[in-house]
Design a protein around this ligand. Structure first.
Ligand SMILES: *Cc1c(COP(=O)(O)O)cnc(C)c1O
Length: 370
């Protein structure tokens, strides 16, 4: 499987710094996709690089039976940062694994099997998470388990009807990402909370894309004032090193069954995550995401586009002539990298360090191309 190919020659990225990446010929690109939100503090942040180098020279790996200072520190840190009382932390290596764990924990603790998920949802590509992922193309030919019921995203009544006393979990993205950048309507996440409280199902928020400050607060669910029973995070957590986490409430942690992973909580990804969280907090990047995100969305709304949606620096621009064409011209004519979300949406998930002048550059480029 090849990556995105723009025109004749794929762009071969050799280095990165802050919001920029550089190809093999030294050409600079503004990375408005942050490699799928994996560079929230920018590329190669010196603090993250230093933490990784220093940890790598001390100890590359030791398995989870031996506590390490780095892993313990990350457990504590994520537990402190978690919304509500989700201070039990399970570490893994990717987003899909974080969701697998959340769904396994919920099924074990409730003794139930059924999961309720939303149409357009994306939760990952291993079988458990894939079963809760909507897109047919990702599911075809893989004998995906059919124990997930899908409901229209944003319809509180449909959700309440689907959740019953056989439901182990409801899993939702607070803003759907891959499905086209759709923020939850007001009251929707609370309605999910209520449906779970009434039936004893676990509420799982997949914040793999929305988390870590992207939507303008550390977790997107904070803005709705709703705490789930489990929250998953990955993508930017290790600034691109493979690490994910499932943060869970006591009742799920106490009866979570037997789950494990050799690489869980390895020292190098944990060191990267601790350094990334430090930068996010010290530099106030969630607040920057809120203000630059608002500015960007206001400017984009002036363009001849079908729609502009999102929260903070998670932005979708619905364009008339297809996303791929717009992405190609942004890359080739303006040296700006962005992402698709379906066929018609250009998705912007830049490093949370970007400024209004970076936003202007993207808006001007899109204005020229549309
Ligand atoms: C990317 C993503 C995943 C899957 O993460 P991987 O690390 O690719 O397995 C799951 N959920 C959401 C919302 C995502 O954006």
């Amino acid at each position: 499987m090849s990556g995105f190919v723009f025109g004749e020659k794929p762009i071969q990225i050799e280095s990165g710094e802050g919001p920029y990446v550089y190809d093999d010929g030294g050409t600079e690109y503004l990375d408005m996709g942050a490699s799928y939100a994996c560079a929230p503090v920018g590329h190669c942040h010196p603090d993250v690089v230093e933490a990784v180098e220093s940890q790598a020279s001390d100890l590359l790996f030791v398995q989870g039976s031996y506590p390490t200072e780095t892993r313990t520190a990350l457990y504590d840190r994520l537990g402190d940062l978690a919304p509500g009382e989700l201070d039990n932390v399970w570490l893994c290596n990717s987003g899909t694994e974080a969701n697998e764990a959340a769904l396994k924990f919920a099924r074990h603790a409730t003794g139930r099997e059924k999961v309720v998920a939303a149409k357009r949802a994306f939760h990952g590509r291993t079988l458990g998470s894939l079963a809760a992922t909507w897109k047919q193309k990702y599911r075809e030919g893989f004998a995906v388990p059919d124990n997930v019921e899908f409901v229209d995203y944003g319809d509180s009544e449909a959700l309440a009807d689907a959740v019953d006393d056989e439901t182990a979990a409801v899993i939702l993205e607070p803003v759907q990402g891959e499905g086209g950048v759709h923020p939850a309507p007001d009251g929707y996440l609370q309605a999910a909370r209520d449906a779970c409280d009434e039936t004893g199902a676990a509420l799982v928020f997949d914040e793999i894309q929305t988390g870590l400050g992207r939507t303008g607060s550390l977790w997107a669910c904070e803005q709705a004032g709703v705490a789930p029973d489990a929250l998953t995070v990955a993508k930017g957590l290790g600034s691109g090193l493979p690490i994910g986490a499932t943060l869970v409430a006591d009742w799920l942690a106490e009866d979570s069954g037997d789950h494990g992973s050799t690489f869980s909580g390895g020292p190098v990804p944990c060191a990267a995550a601790l350094a990334t969280l430090d930068v996010l907090e010290d530099d106030g990047l969630a607040a920057n995401a809120a203000s630059v995100g608002d500015y960007l969305q206001d400017q984009l709304a002036e363009l001849p586009v079908r729609d502009v949606r999102g929260e903070g620096l998670m932005v979708g621009v619905e364009v008339k002539r297809g996303a791929n064409r717009a992405l190609k011209s942004l890359a080739l004519n303006h040296r700006i990298l962005a992402l698709p979300a379906g066929r018609t949406v250009v998705r912007l998930l830049p490093p949370l360090t970007v400024t209004e002048s970076h936003a202007d550059r993207v808006v001007d480029a899109l204005a020229e191309e549309l």
